[in-house]
Design a binder for this molecule. Structure first.
Ligand code: SF4
Length: 195
């Protein structure tokens, strides 16, 4: 959008990307937004023990219009889904999303009609953070991962090329139902799960 799309390709754009990436990653403000138990761990990163202020991110914005990071902390109910999307829509570009915890990422153990089976059905997710609940240190690690993504994100014509490459890679990826299992769920002979 805007001037980014009009930037020329080449050395100049690469330099602008590096500067813009550095500025953006150093000025991320999360939205004040928590859905369930994971939100308690998210709040903990604001305490001196974990100190999210070291990244200048302690200012959780009370309005989405002054936030550019949504941390989806907790399961998303069907009733909350339109609200989550509205908050996301009200955040200005560029904006990013961390899906915190297994519930937000896939519905987790709540495999039922009341819970959205992955917040990426509603908003695009940049970083998926596993765990139930993820510890505050894990959230800090997800934030550092996001910082790397922001620092290396493309602008203008480079962004279009990067998006095309990512889409082609996704289309080439092996579908999950064809992937080899990582472990065996079979109960050994002579053992009972109820014992
Ligand atoms: S992942 Fe665990 S801690 Fe987080 S919302 Fe779900 S049940 Fe709660």
């Amino acid at each position: 959008m805007g001037i980014e799309e009009k930037l020329p390709a080449g050395f100049l754009l690469t330099t602008v990307e590096q500067v813009a990436g550095y500025m953006r990653k150093s000025s991320v403000w999360p939205a004040t937004f928590g859905l369930a138990c994971c939100a308690i761990e998210m709040m903990a990163v604001g305490t001196p023990d974990y100190d999210i202020a070291r990244f200048g991110m302690e200012r959780f914005s009370a309005t989405p219009r002054q936030a550019d990071l949504m941390i989806v902390a907790g399961r998303v109910s069907q009733k909350m889904a339109p609200v989550v999307r509205q908050v996301y829509d009200q955040m200005p570009e560029p904006k990013w999303v961390i899906s915190m915890g297994v519930c937000a990422s896939s519905g987790g153990m709540f495999n039922n009609y009341a819970i959205v089976q992955g917040v990426d059905h509603i908003v695009p997710v940049d970083v998926y953070l596993p765990g139930c609940p993820p510890r505050p240190q894990m959230l800090l690690n997800a934030i550092l991962t996001l910082h790397d993504q922001i620092q290396n994100s493309k602008l203008g014509v480079n962004r279009v090329a990067a998006a095309r490459a990512a889409e082609e890679a996704a289309l080439r990826a092996t579908p999950t139902h064809l992937m080899a299992p990582t472990h065996d769920h079979a109960v050994p002979a002579g053992r009972s799960l109820l014992a």
